[in-house]
Design a binder for this molecule. Structure first.
Ligand code: HEC
Length: 166
């Protein structure tokens, strides 16, 4: 074999090895479950935000109000998708991707987040791409959207339980 070919093989091998050694370990990959579950609220505020009380009781009425905002003036649907699967028309341009509220892939995001943390993320946005809505939606409207996000997650759990119990 010619020397340049051997050299090329070694170079390619090194690139592939480096990718597997370090590339996969990088926390920027949105498919990394750990990265998705990592709190979005800064650590000095986390304890207080976690216990924030939802001032809008979860009822059929508030869930429906949340749904209207989600699909309407909140524009959430454009990124998070109609069923909350993180697959709206604009989703492709974000890394990490808009959150999947459907949670059907057992990532457990719905379980890990409190209502307070979801409220905070919608109000303040996140450093990794979620926009802040505090100037666009009232607190009451944001809590209603939190209720709708819970409903989107719940339907997936029910669907899964149904599928498992068959
Ligand atoms: C322009 C796109 C876009 C729009 C519009 C948008 N989001 Fe997001 N959202 C994102 C992206 C991207 C992320 C992922 C950011 C991250 O992982 O930190 C995200 C993450 C989230 C999260 C997860 C925060 C967490 O703690 O993990 C919540 C909750 C959320 N969005 C709710 C909403 C709601 C409710 C609306 C509408 C009022 C909305 N988003 C509108 C792009 C969007």
């Amino acid at each position: 074999m010619r020397t340049w070919k051997v050299g090329l093989r070694i170079t390619l091998f090194s690139i592939v090895s480096v990718y597997f050694l370090y590339g996969n370990a990088s926390p920027v990959f949105s498919t990394d479950t750990h990265q998705i579950l990592e709190p979005r609220v800064p650590s000095d505020k986390l304890a207080a935000v976690k216990v924030l009380k939802n001032t809008v009781p979860k009822s059929e009425k508030s869930v429906l109000k949340g749904k209207t905002i989600y699909n309407g003036k909140g524009t959430c649907v454009n990124c998070h998708g109609k069923e909350g699967k993180g697959d709206g028309p604009l989703a492709g341009s974000f890394d990490p991707r808009p959150r999947d509220f459907y949670d059907a892939d057992d990532i457990g995001w719905q379980k890990v987040r409190t209502d307070g943390e979801i409220f905070w993320a919608i109000s303040n946005g996140t450093e990794s791409g979620m926009i802040a809505f505090e100037d666009m939606l009232s607190e009451e409207e944001i809590w209603a959207v939190v209720n709708y996000i819970r409903e989107l997650g719940k339907s997936s759990v029910q669907a899964r339980e149904f599928a498992e119990n068959k």
